[in-house]
Every structure is written in C-alpha cells, then in structure tokens.
Design a binder for this molecule. Structure first.
Ligand code: BV8
Ligand code: ZN
Length: 278
C-alpha cells in the first residue's frame, strides 16, 4: 500500500506577540534586508514595477558583459540610481532597525545588518554594524589600477549630467569612453563598486556574513524576494540551525515555509512594531 507521506508544510506563524517576546530574549540579532526595506523610501525594487529601467531588467545591465559591451549605457543606469538617492531618505523600517541596534548595544547585546541593497539607507539611518553584501552606489572601482574610492559627486561626471532618464522611449547617444568616469590616479575607466551578476562576492564580506549566520540567536529577513544567491541562502541557513527566523514581506517567497514566522505587510509599518520601538 502506498504510504501517505504527509509533509508538515505548516504555515509560518503570524503571532506578533510571540515574536516580540523572542526579540526581548535575544542577545545577537541578525537582520537581513533586500530592496523591499527601501521601497517605502521611494527607491524602486528590482522585481516590482520599478524593476525595469528603460526596457532592461536590472540583471541585463548589472553584469560585467553588459559593462564591457556598453559602458555608457551601464553608467547611465547607475548614474540614474545615484541621482534617485539624492531625494530619498530612510523610512521607519531603517530607523527602527538603527534604534533597536542602539538599545541592544547599550544592553551589551548585538545587532548586525546584512543588506543586499546598495542605496546606503541603513547607513544614513544610523546603523553601525552593517555588511553591504553587494557594495554601494557611492563607491567606484578603477578597472585598470583597482583603486576603490568613495564618490558622491552629482553628477559623477559632466557627460552624465541630465542623462539616464528611465522612460523606455529614452534613447541616448553613446558617451565616448574618455568622457565616462575616469580614475584620478591612472585615468583608467571607473566602474561602480558593486557586485554584478556572475561576479563573486568579496571573500571577506562573505566570510563575515557567514560568521554572523552561524552566531546569531534570532534572525529577521526583511523585504527580499530570496531569489538571488548566495544571499538567498542566508536566512534558510539560520533556520536550518534551529534558530528562529521571521520573514517580513508583502508576499510569500520561495523560502517562506522554511521560517517560523511570516508577517505580511509593509516593512515601514511592521518592523517598528516587531522591534518594539514604534
Ligand atoms: C555569484 C548589486 C558565484 C548590483 C545585485 C542559476 C541558479 C541559481 C543561481 C544562479 C544561476 N545563475 C546564476 C546564478 C548566480 C546569481 C543568481 O543568484 N542569479 C539569480 C537571478 C538566479 N548570483 C550571482 O551571480 C551572485 N554571484 O553567485 O557568484 C558565481 C560566479 C559566476 C557564475 C555563477 C555564480 C551575485 C549576485 C549579486 C548581483 N548584484 N545587486 C545592483 O544593485 O545593481 S543583486 C540585486 O538583486 C540585489 O542586490 C538583490 O540581491 C537582488 C534583488 O533582490 P531583492 O533585494 O530581494 O529585491 P526584489 O525587488 O527582488 O524583491 C523585493 C522584495 O521586497 C519582494 O519580495 C517584495 O515583495 C518585497 N517588498 C516590496 N515592498 C515591500 C516589500 N517588503 C516589505 N515592505 C515593503 N514595503
Ligand atoms: Zn586607476
């Protein structure tokens, strides 16, 4: 006879009071974030409507081949995203996370934020212990000498001024290579200091993230679709250790059933409540 195999695919809990009690007992909290934590700041996410720039999906531009084929187009994409950030501010989710860290540190406890975002809004909100897995919009790396430099110039170079409009019809002429961002030390072509698809994450960034995954006693995973690796493996790895993971998202993700809690709704509303500092 066929054994009726029943999987315990029980839905994660949405009991906020129970989760808040676990937060109170925690001493080493890992907070993993994706584009959804910045959505209420007005920063487009990758998969939502904002996920396209002109007629391209982000991953068609956020890769080394696209950059070597058409550095002008890729720079327009990143220039646009840098300029978008000029008017964007941390939202209540970023702020609650920063306040929570402050409170925990004052009690001799620990909070670390591991973000996939390159918008620096956690930093702007005051988060101190921050690992930026995929780099930042506000650093460049020289493709010749490798020099990494912070750069907040708006625009980053004269040739990109008023360029990068996102509407699909926008056509743009090629900016000559020598007018794209150039290295002040060796005049090599600069690229954004971000991790593109097909590129490895920085080895010691990955090591630090893995250490936090192994040592935390509670994990929140906020506003990520959990489809991009290796970041998508981090929260499931914590759950596999038997440590509580709470997912905060507008929708279910491929990992939702791995987690003890799933809270549906906007991070800007849920995170202040979950961390007890609305
Ligand atoms: C690597 C920086 C080794 C640049 C980014 C086939 C199978 C499996 C894996 C692969 C494969 N082929 C290739 C791979 C590897 C690939 C990968 O995972 N591809 C995916 C697409 C399948 N990964 C890589 O290449 C990584 N490197 O693996 O190295 C290697 C080497 C060579 C060859 C193979 C492997 C590097 C990946 C890093 C890429 N760089 N960003 C830039 O930003 O321009 S990724 C970028 O996209 C983000 O950083 C983030 O990681 C990802 C988007 O994810 P999210 O942040 O989750 O955002 P998203 O829009 O998707 O979701 C938003 C979520 O928020 C949604 O769930 C939504 O419901 C929710 N939300 C919205 N609003 C709110 C909200 N939630 C709460 N409140 C709200 N208000
Ligand atoms: Zn250089």
């Amino acid at each position: 006879s066929r054994k009726n195999i029943s999987f315990s695919m029980s839905r994660p809990s949405s009991d906020m009071a129970a989760f808040q009690a676990e937060v109170k007992n925690s001493k080493n909290v890992l907070i993993l974030s994706g584009a959804g934590v910045s959505a209420e700041s007005g920063v487009p996410t990758f998969r939502g409507a904002g996920g396209f720039w002109r007629k391209y999906a982000a991953q068609e531009l956020a890769n080394p081949d696209a950059f070597s084929r058409n550095p002008s187009l890729v720079w327009e994409f990143y220039h646009y995203r840098r300029e978008v950030m000029v008017t964007k501010k941390p939202n209540p989710a970023h702020k609650a996370i920063a306040r929570f860290e402050q409170k925990m540190v004052n009690e001799g406890k620990k909070v670390v934020v591991v973000t996939q975002n390159i918008d620096e809004l956690h930093r702007q909100a005051g988060t101190q212990s921050l690992i930026e897995l995929h780099g930042t919009l506000f650093k460049t790396r020289c493709t010749s000498c490798g020099e990494v430099k912070e750069n907040r110039d708006s625009p980053i170079c004269e040739a990109l001024r008023d360029r990068g409009m996102p509407d699909p019809q926008a056509q743009s002429s090629q900016i000559p290579l020598n007018l794209l961002p150039r290295c002040q030390s060796c005049s090599g072509l600069l690229r954004p200091h971000v991790v593109w698809f097909g590129e490895n994450l920085d080895r010691n960034v990955l090591k630090r993230a893995m250490d936090e995954i192994q040592s935390c006693d509670l994990c929140l995973v906020v506003g990520t679709s959990s489809v991009v690796y290796p970041a998508a493996m981090f929260a499931p790895e914590v759950a596999r250790r038997g440590v509580t993971v709470a997912e905060f998202n507008l929708e279910d993700t491929p990992e939702t059933f791995n987690f003890k809690y799933h809270f549906s709704g906007p991070a800007g509303q849920l995170i202040p409540v979950a961390l007890g500092n609305e």
